[in-house]
Design a protein around this ligand. Structure first.
Ligand code: FE2
Length: 377
């Protein structure tokens, strides 16, 4: 059941692990150079930094792209037998690291471990001529990790070990993506509450919303979800688990193809979703389609909105309202061969929720794609 009012997000007094925001997302991919090109060309990211053979690395290569506050690190192995290669073999391209920007990465690590986290990387300091960065890391669901990044003493472009990646002849325009609004994890059967407790206990997050299988179901499939948030509300992690339905749900499909738990989607915010989605579509980004009939009833459901319906219908943008305002959102198709990770584009106009009113139309759209893939059984 959805709670009708969200807790106020300005109470940091009892936030024992202050997080300033998402620092970067690192994807392990089979071809980092081509992936970087894709995120520039299709999504409007800009070239930022590079690490690889030219900076002295022997086993991997990373390209970093940026758009406003969103940084993606795209990493591939340079030889066989690496853990990155094994990760890609098992999971396909996907998110390995959700890095969180903190003031003190050593404190964050020690606190998390005291509270039961599994260690991934002990605090380590990396330095170059522009300053130093301290990083540490813990595991979350599946093989996904959180790295705490402390960068208050650093003035370089990204991190020590990286050099500026310059592409003077090819820099497609940004499309207006601003920051990571939320990031959703898919976990196994009956594991949602385990990970809810993990974020409560280890990181001091609170649960701000909950959806059961009656909220999120169609004729065929169902899932459950709880939304965790840190104290200042800058980090929001909905966590999904599959629920029993007549057929295989999207979360089960994800778990089968990712071969484990992992990040399902990254929601990125824009101030002008019509312009952003128009550009993304023209650059070849593929989105889920809802039927035209969705727009017949949408204004009855959400009331008056600032936008005309025509461009929303033309572009397939969805609308939902809660007590505080409304939001506009749209979901891409998966961005890799396996039906696993995808992006959401979201514009919030007051609403702080996640589009509950669109769940049914959306999941039916996903089922139509599952039917085409032959994975809805
Ligand atoms: Fe979302």
């Amino acid at each position: 059941m959805e709670t009708s009012t969200l807790p106020k997000m300005n109470d940091t007094a009892k936030d024992f692990m202050p997080i300033n925001g998402t620092d970067y997302l690192e994807l392990y991919v089979s071809n980092s150079k081509q992936a970087a090109h894709f995120y520039k060309t299709a999504f409007g990211f800009q070239s930022l930094a590079y690490a690889g053979l030219e900076t002295g690395l022997k086993d991997r290569e990373s390209y970093v792209v940026v758009q406003d506050k969103i940084r993606l690190v795209l990493t591939s192995p340079l030889k066989s037998g690496t853990d990155i290669g094994r990760h890609i073999d098992q999971h396909g391209d996907g998110i390995k690291v959700v890095a969180l920007w903190v003031d003190d990465a050593t404190y964050a690590y020690n606190t998390a471990l005291e509270r039961g986290a599994k260690p991934y990387m002990e605090p380590q300091t990396e330095e170059d001529e522009t300053g130093k960065i301290v990083r540490s890391g813990i595991y979350t669901y599946g093989e996904t990790v959180h790295i705490f990044v402390e960068r208050k003493d650093y003035n370089g472009i990204f991190m020590p070990g990286f050099k500026k990646w310059e592409t003077p002849e090819y820099n497609p325009e940004p499309v207006g993506l601003k920051y990571v609004d939320h990031m959703v994890g898919n976990v196994g059967w009956n594991k949602m509450n385990y990970w809810v407790e993990f974020y409560e206990k280890v990181m001091g997050f609170t649960q701000i919303l909950s959806f059961d299988d009656k909220d999120i179901s169609t004729e065929y499939t169902a899932l459950m979800s709880k939304v965790m948030s840190n104290g200042n509300g800058r980090i929001k992690f909905p966590i999904n688990e599959p629920a029993e339905g007549k057929k295989r749900s999207q979360v089960e499909e994800y778990l089968d193809f990712y071969e484990g738990e992992g990040v399902q989607h990254i929601a990125v915010a824009t101030d002008d979703i019509i312009s952003t989605v128009r550009q993304l579509r023209s650059r070849g980004v593929e989105f889920l389609q809802v039927p035209d009939s969705y727009y017949d009833a949408v204004l009855d459901r959400v009331g008056k909105i600032d936008e005309d319906i025509a461009p929303l219908k033309e572009l397939g943008i969805l609308v939902d309202r809660d007590d505080e305002g409304y939001l506009l959102q749209i979901f891409t198709r998966p961005v890799e061969p396996r039906p696993t990770m995808f992006f959401e584009i979201i514009q919030r106009k007051g609403a702080q929720s996640f589009g509950k009113g669109n769940f049914k139309a959306l999941f039916e759209a996903i089922e139509r794609e599952q039917e085409i893939r032959g994975t809805l059984h």
